[in-house]
Write a protein that binds this ligand. Structure first.
Ligand code: GLC
Length: 439
């Protein structure tokens, strides 16, 4: 392997490329709160033409370096999509004409009501507070933090109130899309499929689940009802990545409250207390006998022991002891597990479900079953830096730089060859600009 790294010309080239992607994917709409036009970035114009929750958070981090004004608008628009009860949807269909033009049936399946949907009824990994904090650090704009805190508080209260139905501290997801890792193989069994699942089942079963959730009206009472919990087409999973990003966001929220509030106010105390509770729940309930972190089927209480990169995101947990982190770091460097030529594969290479190359069933892409995703690399770089593991962070940052340099801003990449797959001009791969200093 050539020595990785981005200095001078390479860094400039990557920043110029990132800016071109973000501008190409730029859309505008009325911000319903301010009545003013606001710019946002769709993940990829052809495949993902709306505003997606965690994609927007990542776009804002990259834009904080390149065009901070636009980053602020994108974050404020996402916050403006908050419902009065605190919920923020995973996709907002600002441009409804696109829905008509493409007749995107999944938009309808994943939302409620009979009319043309305005937004989905699902969530995505709660990385918003993390993104707001990182934006403020890069752009030096703590005014936005001050304005965003009431929304962020309401959102995190909603998550705890509605998405932790058994009050164990962990957020439960109701469909694979909610983790943002659509066909992650740890879900095969939770979907009632064999492991590894047949591609046909992977393409069809999650859509049937969407249909069942739509029939339930996406209402918590029906989604989480205990007597019915094992009922027809139900998916209730305590996901490691969702909960690790949740707890990292609670920590970020606590820090932001401390940073902008006067000493007399409550500050970040209550959020830190909640973070400690959630951390304890992840460490005690999602840790397998092999000391790796696994998703858990909340209907049966059983772990779903498939080693995916989701498990590695437990490194985001600040309260994780060095002894608990050690097996994750070992797996990260292990050439049989996650230590591929280009890191970090979304599934350990020794899992039977691992596929390095792009997968499809007919027209349906089947994703998150092996290839590398840049947003996950970014999350891991954040986690490793926070733990003071700069050499490990540097290795991931350098590999990310090399992937984008070789193959451009693609949706995902082959962990052996670096070949790019899926959507082109893909928004969050511009996160590479936040990794140029090498970790
Ligand atoms: C895919 C990804 C999801 C992402 C979306 C838009 O569905 O799995 O995480 O948010 O595309 O980019």
């Amino acid at each position: 392997m050539p020595p990785f790294g981005a200095t001078g010309a390479v860094a400039e080239q990557l920043c110029a490329g990132a800016l071109a992607v973000l501008r190409n994917n730029r859309r505008a709409t009325h911000n319903p709160r301010t009545g003013m036009m606001a710019r946002y970035t769709c993940p990829s114009p052809g495949l993902y033409p709306f505003q997606w929750f965690w994609d927007s958070c990542f776009h804002a981090v990259a834009l904080a370096h390149l065009e901070p004004e636009v980053a602020r608008e994108e974050l404020e628009l996402l916050l403006a999509a908050r419902a009065p009860d605190g919920f923020i949807p995973h996709v907002v269909f600002w441009n409804r004409r696109t829905l008509f033009r493409h007749g995107l049936y999944w938009c309808w399946l994943q939302s409620r009501g009979l009319g043309v949907p305005r937004h989905s009824a699902l969530i995505q990994p709660p990385v918003l507070a993390l993104a707001v904090e990182r934006y403020a650090e890069i752009a030096g704009d703590w005014e936005l933090v001050r304005r965003a805190l009431p929304d962020l508080d309401a959102y995190h209260n909603w998550l705890a109130r509605v998405r932790d139905p058994d009050r164990d501290g962990l957020i439960t997801i109701i469909a694979p899309w909610e983790s943002g890792m659509d066909h992650k193989p740890s879900y095969d069994r939770a979907l009632g499929l064999a492991y590894p699942a047949h591609p046909r089942d992977l393409a069809i079963t999650p859509r049937l689940l969407d249909m069942a959730n739509r029939v339930r009206g996406y209402h918590p009472r029906w989604l989480f009802a205990r007597p019915d919990a094992r009922g027809w087409r139900r998916f209730l999973v305590d996901d490691v990545l969702v909960n690790a990003t949740y707890v990292a966001s609670l920590r970020a929220l606590a820090r932001m409250h401390d940073a902008v509030e006067c000493k007399a106010s409550a500050g970040g105390g209550q959020w830190r207390t909640r973070a400690v509770r959630v951390e304890h729940a992840i460490r005690s309930r999602l840790r397998g006998p092999d000391a790796f972190f696994d998703d858990r089927d909340s209907r049966t209480g059983r772990l779903l022991p498939v080693r995916t990169v989701g498990g590695l995101t437990a490194l985001l947990i600040e309260g994780l002891t060095d002894a608990e982190a050690a097996p994750l770091l070992a797996a990260l460097g292990d050439p049989r597990a996650f230590g591929s030529t280009f890191v970090v594969p979304s599934v350990a290479m020794d899992e039977p479900s691992f596929q390095a190359a792009e997968m499809r069933y007919g027209a349906s892409p089947l994703i998150w079953r092996g290839p590398v995703w840049i947003n996950i690399n970014w999350l891991l770089v954040q986690a490793l830096r926070r733990r003071g593991l700069h050499a490990e962070a540097k290795r991931i940052a350098a590999s990310t730089i090399e992937l984008v340099r070789r193959s451009g801003f693609r949706e995902h990449y082959n962990p052996h060859t670096g070949e790019g797959y899926g959507a082109r001009s893909f928004g969050w791969s511009t996160l590479v600009v936040d990794m140029l200093d090498g970790g």
